[in-house]
Design a binder for this molecule. Structure first.
Ligand SMILES: [Zn+2]
Length: 107
């Protein structure tokens, strides 16, 4: 895991606990200094999911085979795309984890 600045320091984000979260390296690199993305359903620019303010289960769900993260809201849809949460590497990994009972994570 890496430490992510929810509001990037390049955009005025502080090194306070309220602005920091753990993120896997891949998500953190895809997020970079992004704070908003397009919701593919409405084409509106949406602020990304904030793990300090939002509830994961409210904005995302696992697909039936637990290989994909599905956005339930504009925030979820925009964030899933911006952070490439369903890139081929992680989808293949989730399928392997699922086959041996390591996935999906419990809430
Ligand atoms: Zn990740």
């Amino acid at each position: 895991m890496t430490i992510d600045h929810i509001q990037p320091t390049s955009k005025g984000g502080l090194n306070t606990i309220e602005n920091l979260c753990l993120a896997c390296r891949t998500c953190n690199e895809y997020k970079s200094d992004t704070t908003e993305a397009i919701d593919p359903l409405t084409n509106q620019l949406i602020l990304l999911f904030n793990p300090r303010q939002h509830n994961w289960q409210e904005h995302f769900q696992w697909s039936n085979d637990a290989s994909h993260i599905e956005g339930l809201t504009a925030i979820g849809r925009a964030t899933a795309i911006a952070l490439r949460m369903n890139n081929p590497v992680i989808v293949a990994t989730r399928k392997r984890w699922f086959s041996i009972g390591w996935h999906p994570p419990e809430n």
